[in-house]
Each structure stands twice: as C-alpha cells, then as structure tokens.
Design a protein around this ligand. Sequence first.
Ligand SMILES: N[C@@H](CCC(=O)N[C@@H](CS)C(=O)NCC(=O)O)C(=O)O
Length: 208
Amino acid sequence: MAKLKLTYFDFHGGRGEPARLALSIGGIAFEDDRVAFADWERRKPDTPYGGLPVLEVDGQIVAQSNAINRYVGKLADLYPSDPWQAALCDEVMEAVEDIASEIGATFNLPEEQKKVQRKTLVEGPIPFYLTRLQQRLEVHGGRYFAADRLSVADLKVFVWIRHLRSGALDHVPTDLPDRVAPKLVEHYERVKNDRHVKAYYVKHGITG
Ligand SMILES: N[C@@H](CCC(=O)N[C@@H](CS)C(=O)NCC(=O)O)C(=O)O
C-alpha cells in the first residue's frame, strides 16, 4: 500500500476535508498533516501552485483538491467506476469549487468590503448554487449525487453546507441553506449520519 500524507490547514473543513473524510471512511491509513496558519508562508513555496491541499503518495506530490478527491475516492471506493456516474460526481465537485472560489475571494478583504461582497453573494451566487445543486440531487434520485451511493461529491457538498451553517462566515445567514435548499440540508444530514462520517467527527472530538 502506498504511503500517503495529506497536507491541509488545521481546521475541520475547507478543500482538504473531503479527502480526509474519504480516506477515513475507506479505512486507509494516511498521515494527517495539519498546517498551522502561522507556518503557512514558510511552507507555501513547497506546494505546486501555492495552495493546499496537497497529497504526497510515496514521496510524489499531487495538488488540486478535486484531483485529490478523485484519487482518494478511487482508493476508498467513493468514486464511481461507471464513466457517466463519474462525470456526474465531477460535475458536482466542480460546481462546489466554483462557489467556494467566489466565497474564498472575500476572505482577505477589509471588513467593509467583505461585508458588501458577502451581501452580494448571499443575494445571488450562494442561493443560486444551493438551488441548482438541490435540483441536480433531485434529478439523480434525491439521495446521493452519483450512482445512488455515497461518493466524494457528497462529501464535498456536505463540507460546504456544514461551513455555511456553521456561523464561521460573517454576513452569511446560517439558515440560508435551510431556507432555500431544504432537500440539500436533508442530504447534509444523510451524510452527517453516515456511521463512518459520525465516527470520524467523534474521533476528532466534534459533536453536533
Ligand atoms: N484550486 C485549488 C485552490 C487551492 C486553494 O486556494 N486553497 C486555499 C485553502 S482552501 C489556500 O491554500 N489558501 C492559502 C493561500 O492561497 O495562500 C484547489 O482546489 O486545491
């Protein structure tokens, strides 16, 4: 078995969390390398594109969260083998990436600008992606985004909804997903209640 090291920031969310979850669900041993924000400037030049996550596999590095998600999804049997279902899984991960990038662009703005930009996101792009993802979920049976079973796409959406509802995003109402995409919140609960996902958060001391 290859030796895996997944490097991401030291919090329970973001672009690295779906891969952490997938590896844990699959029972695949990996080094969970968590970078403290204070160490990031020093470590940034060692990454291929100046961002995290990165995954080291037997000493070789792969970057880009969705490439990592696909790779670990294959290892953990959380990525569809059927090409069409795989495309549906990819579609959803890229859609989350689109809106996550828009939200990410507000992180380092001065407070007033951040407030304005987040208000714009709350009035347009965030509800847009929530409702469209909900539609795509329903088109494909309403339970999971691809192949009617848990995949890395579900984990990526789960992590995004968890972030939106967490209160960690200033100026984004925590009840936004519940108001505009209740079926997506049901999906979030479905993933959250998966026994492996539950066990992962219990192991990390996170409840609720
Ligand atoms: N397209 C990349 C984006 C990577 C990215 O921007 N990651 C953020 C964390 S979620 C980051 O490293 N931010 C710190 C920085 O850009 O200096 C991916 O999907 O992995």
